[in-house]
Ligand binder design. Structure first.
Ligand code: PBG
Length: 330
């Protein structure tokens, strides 16, 4: 049938001017949607560029304080902290050390910029010499239950240092329950858990592994992260984490998994975070550097699509840039 048979149906009526388009716009980005990841290294007065992520740097603690202060001034509400230890070992012991890089960072950020929400990544891949997300057994497999004990210890040490939210990203079974129990026993029953529940074994993490110096020495993470082909499995993971006590859940990566974000939003009531990961950032930056795309426009469209899919929070390396633009009215 020809559209002329329905002359009353003219969607273009509402697209005639910028103001009309503005009042019917369904999805908006806000400063408070964004969470900036931060990579902390030992030492002082050093900002070390990450080549595969233009604009992202590993920062020493003094520089982290400056960076987080400027994010706070822009209105950013939360940062996600990753630590890069000086020494790595088989059990990732700096991950739960009182004087560990992340524990020191949390204490001083909390003291200097108390209103910034500090979310900590709870995992071992940055801290172990083999680069896996937990304790590796004799056969080279990550031992689930041994890892749980250490994860709980790591989360508790973050809480004791002053973290506001802990975010386990290891993908061990039962980790949310283990962490919840340990936090409660330690007097932190009010501390929320943001679980990386639907974390896929993705090739989009490549640049992050350079930034966090966390690539596995041998093998891959397919024994614990989700197969990118699976949808129902992600929903099962989310359901389990919520039963175990997760307060918020995450889908990661974001762009190749917008359908999963939408599914999670429709099936569950908990707040949903999406991680716009390193590879998604790197692709935009690289194409923009070649002059092949309009960086701002592509960035905004991507971030909007993640929000439209159902994300309540977006963890993104674009945070600082987008927030500046949002302040100036995009
Ligand atoms: C694991 C972790 C990873 C990311 C965040 N936490 C990588 C991995 O599983 O290897 C990836 C984030 C990104 O690519 O931006 N602790």
């Amino acid at each position: 049938m020809n559209w002329m048979s329905f002359p009353e149906h003219r969607p273009r009526r509402l697209r005639q001017s910028a103001t009309l388009r503005d009042i019917v716009q369904e999805t908006h980005l806000h400063v408070s949607d964004f969470i900036q990841p931060i990579f902390v290294i030992h030492g002082s007065k050093t900002r070390r560029a990450v080549p595969s992520m233009p604009g992202v740097e590993q920062l020493t603690l003094d520089c982290v304080l400056d960076e987080v202060r400027s994010l706070a001034n822009l209105g950013v509400k939360a940062v996600l902290l990753f630590g890069i230890p000086r020494k790595k070992d088989a059990l990732g012991s700096e991950a739960y050390a009182h004087q560990g890089i992340i524990q020191k960072t949390i204490r001083s950020l909390k003291h200097e910029i108390p209103n910034m929400l500090l979310i900590t990544d709870v995992c071992f891949c940055e801290y172990t010499d083999h680069g896996h997300c937990g304790v590796v057994d004799k056969d080279g497999q990550v031992d689930n239950d041994k890892t749980l004990e250490l994860l709980a210890k790591e989360a508790l040490s973050h809480a004791e240092a002053g973290a506001d939210i802990v975010a386990p990203s290891d993908m061990m079974d039962g980790r949310v329950a283990a962490i919840r129990k340990t936090l409660d026993k330690g007097g932190f029953s009010g501390l929320p858990i943001l679980s990386y529940s639907a974390k896929y074994a993705s090739a989009f993490y490549g640049p992050f592994r350079e930034a966090a110096e966390s690539a596995p020495r041998t093998g891959d993470r397919k024994g614990y992260q989700i197969n990118p082909a699976n949808r129902r499995e992600a929903l099962r993971e989310i359901a389990l984490d919520l039963e175990e006590g997760a307060d918020m859940v995450m889908v990661k990566p974001a762009l190749a998994y917008l359908d999963i974000i939408r599914d999670v939003k429709e099936h569950f009531n908990a707040p949903v975070a999406a991680y716009n990961v390193s590879g998604e950032y790197a692709m935009v930056k690289a194409a923009a550097m070649k002059g092949w795309i309009d960086e701002r426009a592509v960035r905004n469209e991507m971030l909007l699509s993640i929000k439209r899919a159902g994300a309540d929070m977006i963890i993104s390396y674009f945070t600082k840039e987008i927030v500046k633009d949002l302040k100036n009215g995009l």
